[in-house]
Design a protein. Structure first.
Length: 230
């Protein structure tokens, strides 16, 4: 019992630090946020902070991990629903992911500006393989189901899950580059729609699914993200 309480106390304190960091990312930005800001807000010592995080970079990794935990808790049950066909699982997954992101849009925009800063390139390189390792097997399980149902025909179901995740990440990278490009004004509505259409087509080809069977993001939602980042 004592060990359980100690683990809970550790988790609670760690989450308090992450909560504080998340508020500061939203209010002043990650670049302006310092470890001292967190210490002042929570009234804790540097030693207490470093007990949970080695640096500001590992704090960032903690924020990313928590976002992934939240996404997994809210979204992946769809992929495990035995009542849903495989293609519907994927489409509901993408719709749920879009809804989850829309629910915390302002924070994610602030977080995205920081996440794609040059100084965080190494963290991005570290996180992406972990993301694929975490979710790839779940995607592959759905793909095997799709093959059994006849809605998918890839000969590489074990690898296709990771490929789909990498494509999804690459789409996000490309979309963010367009949204925050210094030359953003040259992009029109059609450019954003074509980007999603191209990646949707690529995913359908990887899965061996019929054209038009995957819906990543509808045009209305795409342009809502464009408008909110203006």
């Amino acid at each position: 019992m004592a060990r359980v309480l100690k683990e809970k106390e550790y988790a609670d304190r760690r989450n308090e630090i992450l909560d504080s960091a998340q508020r500061l990312v939203y209010t002043i930005g990650y670049d302006q946020m310092t470890i001292q800001d967190i210490l002042d807000e929570l009234h804790i010592s540097k030693g207490a902070f470093y007990h949970y995080f080695d640096s500001k970079q590992t704090l960032l990794e903690g924020l990313i991990e928590r976002l992934q935990d939240e996404a997994e808790a809210n979204i992946t049950p769809i992929l495990s629903d035995p009542a849903l066909p495989a293609l519907e699982k994927f489409n509901r997954y993408f719709a749920a992911a879009s809804s989850w992101k829309a629910g915390q849009k302002e924070y994610l925009i602030a977080f995205t500006r920081m996440w794609y800063a040059d100084e965080n390139a190494l963290v991005r390189q570290k996180v992406q393989p972990a993301l694929v390792a975490r979710f790839g097997p779940i995607f592959s399980r759905v793909i095997r189901q799709g093959i059994a149902e006849g809605s998918m025909s890839t000969p590489y179901p074990e690898q296709a899950g990771s490929v789909i995740l990498n494509l999804f990440t690459a789409l996000g990278d490309a979309f963010v580059k367009m949204l925050f490009s210094p030359e953003r004004s040259k992009f029109g509505r059609q450019d954003y729609e074509l980007l999603f259409a191209a990646y949707t087509d690529a995913m359908e080809r990887v899965l061996g699914a019929a054209p038009g069977s995957i819906q990543l993001l509808d045009a209305k939602t795409i342009h809502e993200w464009v408008e909110v980042t203006l």
